[in-house]
Write a protein that binds this ligand. Structure first.
Ligand SMILES: Cc1cc2nc3c(=O)[nH]c(=O)nc-3n(C[C@H](O)[C@H](O)[C@H](O)COP(=O)(O)OP(=O)(O)OC[C@H]3O[C@@H](n4cnc5c(N)ncnc54)[C@H](O)[C@@H]3O)c2cc1C
Length: 419
C-alpha cells in the first residue's frame, strides 16, 4: 500500500488552504484528491465579486479567489489528482480513491484532512406537493448551468428560501434578462447575509416574503405556476393566504448539508446540529489524525473564514504527523446554550501554555442588544455586547490565552446569550 504523510480529500478552498499551510509547516508529502476536473471547488461557479475582502483586502470573484490558492499550490509543487473520487476512509486512515488512470488505489495516510464541502438540500427533502415537472432546480445547480455550462435556466422565476445562493441567483437571473417574481422564505428572517439582501434583492426591486412557503407546484411537463402561502408560528400554511404566480422556474435555496458520508465511514463522531464532525481546537475529529475544515465541518457564509480555518487544520495535521502536537490529553468541553445553536470547536485541548482560541457560532433566532457570555461554572470568562445576531450570519469570539490558562481539565465551558 502506498503511503503519504497527509492526504487531503477535496480540492476546494478548504483543501487548498490546508495543503499550503501543511507544506509551509514543513510537510513535503501532501496529496490533494479532487473528484472534479479542476481545483477550486464550488468557487469556480461563483462568478460574482465579493470574495477575499478579509483575506486579500480586495474584492475578487470566486474563480479569482480560488486561483490565488491554486497558484500557491502550484508554486510549492504540491501534488494533486483531479477526476479522482475518494470512495472510502477507514479509522486507520486508509484512503481508497478511484480514477480512470490508476483504477482503485489504497493509500495509508499519516493524517487525513476532510475538506469535501457541502451540498444543497434537494426538493425531495422539502416535501413540496405537486408533480415533478422540469424547471425545479436547486439554486446552486442553476448557478452551475448558467455560469459554467452557459445555459439559460428560465425566464420567469420564483425562489424558495433566502439563503445566500438563492439571493445571488435572484440577481444573476435578473441580469440575464429573467423576471424574478419574488423570494419566499419560510422563516420570519432571511437565511442570508444582510449585504446580499440589499445588493441582490433591494437593488433590483425583488420582493422578499418572509414567513411564506410554496404550497403547490403547478404543471406536469414544465413548471407553469407556483402557489405560495403565509405560514403560522408552527410554520404551517395558513388557509386563505394563497397567491399563485405564473412562472417557468422554481429555484430552491433551502439550506446546505455538510457532505459527510466519508466522515461516517472513518468513524468520525458528527454533531447533530452542524451535521459536520465534532472537533477540538486543533480541528481534529474524534478519530486520531483525522482533521476537518471548511463546509464539511460547518456551513460558512464567507470563504475567507474557510481559508483561515483550513490553514489551521493544515498546520495541526502537520504537527500531528511531525509528532509536535501540543496535546496533553486534558480536555474541556464547550456547550452552546440560551439561543446559541452551536460552537466550533466543541472541545478544547488544554496545554500548559494555551494559545488564544477563536470560537465560531450561530444563533437560532434574531436577537437584538444581547450579551454573548462565556462561563465555566459560575465564573464568567468573557462577555461581549452584540447589537444584533441573526441565524444567517456566523459569529466569532476569541478566548484569550489568559482566560484558558485557568481552566481545569474536564471542565465545561458554556456559551450563551444573556439580556
Ligand atoms: C452553490 C454555492 C454557492 C456559493 N456562493 C458563495 C458566495 O457567493 N460567496 C461566498 O463567500 N461563499 C459562497 N459559497 C460558500 C463558499 O463557496 C464556501 O464557503 C467554500 O467554497 C467552501 O469551501 P470548501 O472547500 O469547504 O467546499 P467546496 O468549495 O464545496 O469544495 C469541496 C471540494 O471537495 C470535492 N469533493 C467532495 N467529495 C469528494 C470526494 N469523495 N472525493 C474527491 N473530492 C471530493 C468537491 O468536488 C469540491 O471540489 C457558496 C457555496 C455553494 C455550495
Amino acid at each position: 500500500m502506498k503511503q503519504h504523510d497527509i492526504v487531503i480529500i477535496g480540492g476546494g478552498p478548504a483543501g487548498l488552504a490546508a495543503a499550503v499551510a501543511a507544506w509551509d509547516a514543513g510537510v513535503r508529502d501532501v496529496l490533494i484528491l479532487e473528484r472534479d476536473d479542476s481545483l477550486g471547488g464550488i468557487l469556480n461557479q461563483c462568478i460574482h465579486n465579493g470574495f477575499g475582502l478579509h483575506t486579500f483586502k480586495e474584492e475578487l470573484t470566486g474563480p479569482e479567489y480560488a486561483d490565488r490558492f491554486v497558484r500557491q499550490v502550484e508554486e510549492r509543487g504540491i501534488p494533486y489528482k483531479l477526476r479522482t473520487i475518494v470512495a472510502d476512509v477507514s479509522p486507520e486512515r486508509d484512503v481508497l480513491y478511484v480514477n480512470s488512470e490508476e483504477g482503485a488505489v489504497s493509500v495509508r495516510a499519516g493524517a487525513v484532512i476532510l475538506a469535501m464541502g457541502c451540498r444543497e438540500r434537494p426538493r425531495g427533502a422539502l416535501g413540496l406537493p405537486g408533480f415533478r415537472p422540469a424547471g425545479v432546480y436547486t439554486a446552486g445547480t442553476a448557478q452551475r448551468l448558467m455560469n459554467i455550462e452557459g445555459c439559460r435556466v428560465g425566464k420567469e422565476v420564483v425562489i424558495l428560501g433566502s439563503g445566500d445562493i438563492g439571493l445571488i441567483m435572484a440577481r444573476r437571473m435578473t441580469l440575464e434578462g429573467a423576471t424574478v417574481k419574488l423570494v419566499a422564505e419560510l422563516m420570519p428572517y432571511s437565511g442570508g447575509l444582510k449585504r446580499n439582501i440589499v445588493q441582490c434583492l433591494d437593488d433590483y426591486g425583488i420582493p422578499l416574503r418572509l414567513s411564506h412557503t410554496v404550497t403547490r407546484i403547478h404543471g406536469k411537463e414544465r413548471v407553469e405556476a407556483v402557489t405560495i402561502a403565509a405560514v403560522d408560528e408552527a410554520r404551517r400554511p395558513i388557509p386563505g393566504t394563497e397567491e399563485t404566480y405564473t412562472c417557468d422556474t422554481l429555484l430552491l435555496s433551502c439550506g446546505l448539508l455538510p457532505e459527510n458520508e466519508l466522515s461516517k465511514k472513518a468513524g468520525v463522531r458528527l454533531s447533530r446540529v452542524t451535521g459536520g464532525p465534532e472537533v477540538d481546537d486543533s480541528l481534529e475529529t474524534s478519530v486520531a489524525g483525522v482533521f476537518a475544515c471548511g463546509n464539511v465541518l460547518h456551513v460558512h457564509d464567507l470563504v475567507d473564514f474557510v481559508s483561515e480555518e483550513a490553514a489551521r487544520a493544515g498546520r495541526q495535521a502537520a504537527a500531528y504527523v511531525g509528532g509536535t502536537s501540543a496535546r496533553q490529553g486534558r480536555t474541556v468541553t464547550i456547550r452552546a446554550e440560551n439561543g446559541v445553536r452551536y460552537t466550533v470547536p466543541q472541545r478544547l485541548n488544554m496545554t500548559d501554555e494555551p494559545e488564544p482560541v477563536t470560537l465560531r457560532f450561530r444563533v437560532g433566532d434574531v436577537y437584538r442588544d444581547r450579551s454573548l457570555v462565556v462561563r465555566a461554572g459560575e465564573r464568567e470568562l468573557r462577555r461581549v455586547k452584540k447589537r444584533i445576531l441573526t441565524p444567517g450570519e456566523m459569529g466569532e469570539l476569541t478566548l484569550p490565552a489568559a482566560v484558558l490558562a485557568g481552566l481545569e481539565a474536564g471542565a465545561e465551558i458554556r456559551v450563551g446569550l444573556e439580556d
